[in-house]
Design a protein around this ligand. Structure first.
Ligand SMILES: [Zn+2]
Ligand SMILES: [Zn+2]
Length: 191
């Protein structure tokens, strides 16, 4: 039963992850949260130091989130099981941050990771209105924002004058790319 309450916390956070990304990350009305996520779209690569800094900066938000989104579990399930659900929620949060960071930092090491990397890159480089889950496609499937990942991506290619280096504009090209390359390509912003 304790494990079940913990699993409930994991599932609960996966829903928060989806809703937070889809709305706070992609709607201008969310101000600072929106701008923070759009900065990630503009430059998905971040170093380890930046990652740790981000976690520290988010601490107040996480604390408030734990009280608001984890607190009700204590009321519903009681202190014993409610605490397990809150711990599950927090662990799922840390896992989500770490997993998303790795997607942009390292090549995938398993078939599942490879699939998740490409699934997230669809959101970054093809259509920012789909694939909001960072750790699974569950809620994208439920809310019909799922788009199957492909090995072929449509990427934005900057065109520059070879001689002077002046920007001439850009074009969209379909290209098969390695996942490690995709993360370094110019991001496709919200349209
Ligand atoms: Zn996004
Ligand atoms: Zn990302």
């Amino acid at each position: 039963m304790l494990a079940l309450a913990f699993a409930l916390g994991l599932l609960w956070f996966s829903l928060i992850e989806y809703v937070h990304h889809r709305h706070a990350g992609h709607r201008k009305a969310f101000g600072k949260l929106y701008r923070g996520h759009q900065a990630h779209h503009a430059d998905p690569m971040e170093g380890r130091v930046q990652f740790v800094k981000k976690l520290v900066q988010r601490l107040p938000l996480v604390l408030v989130g734990t009280v608001v989104l984890g607190g009700p579990w204590l009321l519903v399930l009681g202190v014993h099981y409610g605490s397990a659900a809150v711990v599950g929620t927090l662990i799922a949060y840390l896992y989500s941050e770490w997993f998303h960071h790795r997607i942009h930092q390292t090549p995938p090491k398993s078939a599942w990771a490879s699939w998740m990397w490409r699934y997230h890159f669809v959101h970054h480089f093809r259509n920012p209105k789909v694939n909001f889950g960072f750790t699974s496609p569950l809620w994208d499937l439920v809310f019909r924002t799922y788009e199957a990942p492909a090995t072929k991506f449509v990427v934005r290619e900057e065109l520059a004058d070879r001689r002077t280096g002046d920007q001439l504009g850009f074009r969209w090209v379909a290209r098969r790319v390695r996942s490690s390359q995709v993360a370094t390509m110019p991001a496709q912003r919200d349209r």
